[in-house]
Design a protein around this ligand. Structure first.
Ligand SMILES: [Zn+2]
Length: 191
């Protein structure tokens, strides 16, 4: 598993960032992808494992290549260009940084390593870290993910969509219908 919150948690939180403005499904796909993008630099993990460390791609690249401000600007520019909507670019950079903040706050490994973020690469080696960092498997991370799921459930009932829309609008409608049937009455007005 990658250091930092799980990609699922990053994805759910990023989708919620995309829900703060009415940017359409394409916009929310762009914003969620931007919020997941930093961890693409962890894809060297299987190579490192399979090569028994001879190719240390994970150690060398994770948190170095895409966990920095410059990568955030590039990713957000791509999101903006794909949707031609400045609000998408803005929310993409917000989701990207929320990912970095979550990594800083809650990714201490079992070995105590705190995975600092070299935010200013490649211009300066300064590392962003926080002394009070939670462990990756802490209750705080679970709580954040739990609260995100509650917010997503409420939005699904009220607005008629959930992160499942990223995969398939049809599956999403089924999820929403099921949630509405079970929770529709208790989730409040605005249906
Ligand atoms: Zn990360």
């Amino acid at each position: 598993m990658l250091p930092g919150m799980s990609p699922v948690s990053h994805g759910l939180l990023s989708w919620l960032v995309g829900e703060t403005l009415d940017i359409g499904r394409r916009g929310r796909i762009a914003v969620t992808t931007a919020g997941l993008a930093p961890d693409l630099d962890g894809l060297g993990a299987p190579v490192e494992m399979l090569s028994d460390g001879a190719l240390p791609w994970f150690t060398a690249y994770h948190h170095a290549v895409l966990h920095n401000g410059l990568a955030g600007v590039v990713v957000s520019a791509i999101a903006w260009a794909w949707c031609r909507d400045w609000r998408v670019g803005l929310l993409a950079i917000a989701a990207f940084h929320l990912h970095l903040v979550c990594d800083i706050v809650g990714s201490r490994g079992p070995d105590g390593h705190d995975w600092p973020i070299p935010y200013l690469l490649p211009f300066h080696p300064w590392e962003w870290r926080w002394d009070g960092q939670w462990r990756l498997d802490s209750w705080q991370n679970l709580l954040v993910t739990g609260l995100a799921l509650v917010a997503i459930t409420v939005l699904a009932v009220r607005r008629g969509r959930s992160p499942v829309e990223l995969l398939s609008p049809r599956w999403d409608q089924r999820v929403v219908e099921t949630l509405r049937q079970r929770l529709g009455r208790s989730a409040g007005p605005g249906r």
